[in-house]
Design a protein around this ligand. Structure first.
Ligand SMILES: *Cc1c(COP(=O)(O)O)cnc(C)c1O
Length: 419
């Protein structure tokens, strides 16, 4: 359920017509719905009401400060993967005591920064990282709370680029080696072993891989407790999928029911790292039609948003619904590719889509773009990144200005010998 719907044949975000947003803020434009963001966070949180838990929203899915503030106001925790993401959480007065730090490549500076704010937990992905965290903590006179991110070698049955729980990926520590590394962790001077962490991938459409990996993790928890480890948190990651076109993923309650059934009686605080399922359906990318062109075989709608604005189709072959903002139910439909202005054949937003003939200046909405949309955007082809707007009821707020050409050059310099 989300708050994007047609009213009198014009697509609205809550009570605001997308056409008026395009007129006011220009295109391409990311548009987010406050009511949807809040609803999705609450639904996910409520689904786990029967067990002690903490939602640590995965910041990388959408890291706009306004959206992070909205979640901070709901007393959310956060899952970060860089010092920059930690700085964002702090900027919106998020509680560092509810922050977990994931990622295979934490730098010494980032570790020091996270220690200084006393985050909830480091999710450690290798033996060398563990030794480094201990050394940094020792030097700082701190103790570092850690979980090991274990890799259960479970097939998440999702796209290879977003599958992280197989032993062929760079993520985590093979679950078979885990007890050895836990022993090491216990022997290091500045490490507090807190729990176990696991995240097997993203856009999962079935419950079974989650259950299977959780069972492996609980086997490990049992074994570690038998060896005297005091483990109080279990981080079961994120990854629940959402409907982009015709997928039918489990809903958050079905997912929670399956997880809670396994977790009953274990006496742990469960950490959850949802990203996409919270923000995906809460945002769209609004784009204007530049040209319609046809050759013998195909029609193309060339729009003003490209793969630099929305990377998922080019990177994962992802399919998003793309719909006209003004609906004309009588119009004849054509089979078209929706393509961007960038000089790459991978620069498409959608292929083989049915839609009416689009005229110059008309608007299209790329649906379900709230997750991994703006947060993956780049300046490729020297394109300023899009503006972002947050709608609340009948009012729209610009939450990130459109970049300017000057801002693109601001960090570059021509050395004297060239001038
Ligand atoms: C990306 C990521 C998430 C969020 O994944 P979603 O599919 O957006 O829910 C959670 N945890 C970790 C460690 C991640 O890398």
């Amino acid at each position: 359920m989300n708050h994007f719907e047609y009213r009198q044949n014009t697509l609205h975000c809550e009570n605001v017509a997308l056409s008026s947003l395009a007129a006011e803020f220009g295109t391409p434009l990311y548009v987010y719905s406050t009511a949807t963001l809040e609803r999705h966070w609450r639904v996910f949180d409520h689904a786990f009401r029967d067990i002690p838990h903490l939602i640590c929203y995965s910041v990388k899915a959408n890291s706009n400060l306004a959206i992070l503030r909205l979640f901070a106001n709901l007393e959310s925790g956060f899952d970060i993967v860089s010092g920059g993401e930690l700085a964002r959480v702090l900027r919106v007065s998020g509680d560092p005591a509810k922050v977990v730090f994931s990622g295979v490549g934490k730098t010494v500076d980032e570790i020091r920064q996270a220690l200084s704010y006393d985050i909830l937990c480091f999710n450690v992905e290798s033996e060398e990282e563990l030794r480094t965290i201990s050394a940094v903590a020792l030097a700082e006179g701190k103790r570092a709370p850690i979980s090991l991110r274990v890799n259960p070698d479970v097939d998440a049955k999702t796209h290879a680029y977003i599958s992280t729980g197989l032993k062929t990926t760079k993520f985590g520590i093979p679950i078979r080696d885990a007890t050895e590394i836990y022993d090491l962790a216990r022997s290091l001077p500045a490490i507090d072993v807190r729990g176990i962490d696991c995240h097997i991938g993203s856009q999962l459409l079935e419950i079974e891989p989650f259950v299977e990996s959780l069972r492996h993790v609980l086997d490990l928890l049992r074994a570690l407790r038998a060896q005297g480890f005091q483990l109080s948190v279990l981080d079961i990651g994120g990854g629940l999928g959402i409907p982009y076109t015709d997928e039918s993923p489990p809903d958050p309650q079905q997912y929670a029911d399956a997880m809670c059934k396994e977790l009953e009686g274990w006496n742990v605080q469960v950490l959850l790292e949802p990203g996409r399922v919270i923000v995906g359906n809460a945002g769209i990318l609004l784009t204007r039609v530049l040209y319609w062109k046809s050759n013998e075989d195909k029609h193309f709608v060339v729009v003003d948003a490209g793969m630099n604005d929305a990377m998922r189709p080019a990177m994962y072959g992802a399919r998003h619904n793309i719909v006209p903002v003004e609906l004309n139910p009588q119009a004849v439909e054509f089979m078209v590719d929706v393509v961007g202005p960038i000089c790459e054949s991978a620069d498409f937003l959608g292929k083989c889509r049915k839609m009416p003939k689009m005229m110059q200046g008309e608007l299209l909405a790329m649906m379900t773009s709230g997750a991994y949309g703006f947060s993956m955007a780049s300046n490729y082809n020297s394109r300023p990144r899009a503006a972002e707007v947050l709608v609340n009821g009948g009012v729209a707020y610009c939450v990130r200005q459109r970049e300017t050409i000057d801002s693109l050059f601001s960090l570059e310099a021509i050395p004297p010998f060239l001038s």
